[in-house]
Structure formats: structure tokens, C-alpha cells
Design a protein. Structure first.
Lengths: 114, 111
């Protein structure tokens, strides 16, 4: 399998549940990202990992907890979320320090909080 | 002021027309410029990536950057219904790997 794979594709959870989103990349990239995409809003950067070390937390509430065990895998652990957290969560990867070359995105996890 | 401004559209054109999209950005520190295409229920995919001012062409797509005006454009020639999607511009500073996105323009190409 190639590219960036995200699971699950869809997730419905209650506000008191705990769940995790998974992202895996097979591109040999060393930077990974979580973005949130809400309706009618630009993509919002949440977290950046370079060589599995967190280098950016964009003031994300603590109910979102990222984990990066290695350069190929990224998780987003969710607990006690709010209805406004319903959105498309996108994972991306890139080569660090290249000035771009662009990100490769996964297809996202559509999260609905009920 | 948003760092990257993009008209949300929707932009509706007939098949075969030229689609013209643009973004403005506020910070001259942005040195890399990208266009992504996002189909419904999919993640964004990289279409064009440019560094310097000027034009870059790839098939039916042309990206244009004017750093003096902080203005970037994407043109799609001979548009097809399969080009119907949301197009996102993105900018990047030279010393970082953190992309900043515009809000996206929804494009509809009618047969």
C-alpha cells in the first residue's frame, strides 16, 4: 500500500467516549501533520511532528492528544469531545526541511460528535 | 487579516472554458506556493508547486506567482466536468514546513 492511509474513514462518537484516529504513510517522509477541516473554514493546522518529535501544537485543546511512535505512524487520541469538534480530520506527511515539495494528504476521517 | 485570502465561489463554467482562480497573501516571508485540488470526501492532492515569480505550466494547468503583488493564480484550460472540485491555495515560508491554506474555491464545470 502506498501514500497516506487514514482509519477509520468515518467515526461517530458520544461526548464521553474515547477513540483514536490512525494515520500511516509509506512514502519515507519524516514529517507528519494533523489538520482539521470544518465547513466554510480553511484547513487548520493542529500538530506537527518532525522525526517523531512534536514541533508544533497550534493551541489545540487537551481533549485531542497526538502520538507519533515512529516516522511512519501518527495517532490522534480523542476524549470528551464537544459537538464543535465534528469535522474532517486530515493527516499529511512531507519531507522535512525541503521548503515544500508539498504535503501528501490522506483521505481523512469524518468525525461526528453526538 | 487572514494570511491567505481566497474567494469561496462557487465558480460555475461551461465545459471547455478557462477556469481562473486566485489568492492573495499578506506576508512576504512566504516563498513557496502550491495549489491543491480536493474532491468531495477526499483529502487534498497537490496539483502545482512553485517557488519563484512567473509562470509554471503542467498540461492544462498554469500556476502564476507575482511576489511583488502577493498574488497567486491558477488557470485551467479546456476545463472538464472532472475538474469540478474545491481548489486550495497554500503558502510556505522558506524556513519551515508548515503550510498555510486559503479557504478554497469550489469550481463546477458543467457539461
Amino acid at each position: 500500500e502506498t501514500g497516506v492511509t487514514q482509519t477509520p474513514r468515518h467515526l461517530v462518537m458520544g461526548m464521553t467516549n474515547k477513540k483514536s484516529l490512525k494515520c500511516e504513510q509509506h512514502l519515507g517522509h519524516n514529517a507528519m501533520y494533523w489538520y482539521k477541516q470544518s465547513a466554510k473554514k480553511p484547513l487548520e493546522l493542529m500538530f506537527v511532528y518532525n522525526f517523531k518529535e512534536q514541533t508544533e501544537n497550534n493551541s489545540v485543546p487537551s481533549r485531542f492528544s497526538p502520538e507519533c511512535p515512529n516516522s511512519s505512524h501518527l495517532f490522534l487520541h480523542l476524549h470528551t469531545l464537544q459537538p464543535e469538534d465534528s469535522a474532517l480530520y486530515l493527516c499529511a506527511s512531507s519531507l522535512t526541511g525541503t521548503g515544500g515539495g508539498g504535503y501528501t494528504f490522506g483521505s481523512g476521517t469524518r468525525l461526528t460528535i453526538v | 487579516q487572514k494570511e491567505v485570502e481566497q474567494d469561496p465561489g462557487p465558480l460555475s463554467v461551461p465545459e471547455g472554458a478557462i477556469v481562473s482562480l486566485n489568492c492573495t497573501y499578506s506576508n512576504s516571508a512566504f516563498q513557496y506556493f502550491m495549489w491543491y485540488r480536493q474532491y468531495s470526501r477526499k483529502g487534498p492532492e497537490l496539483l502545482m508547486y512553485t517557488y519563484s515569480s512567473g509562470n509554471k505550466e503542467d498540461g492544462r494547468f498554469t500556476a502564476q506567482v507575482d511576489k511583488s503583488s502577493k498574488y497567486i493564480s491558477l488557470f485551467i484550460r479546456d476545463s472538464q466536468p472532472s475538474d469540478s472540485a474545491t481548489y486550495l491555495c497554500a503558502v510556505l515560508k522558506a524556513a519551515g514546513n508548515k503550510l498555510t491554506f486559503g479557504g478554497g474555491t469550489r469550481v463546477l464545470v458543467k457539461p
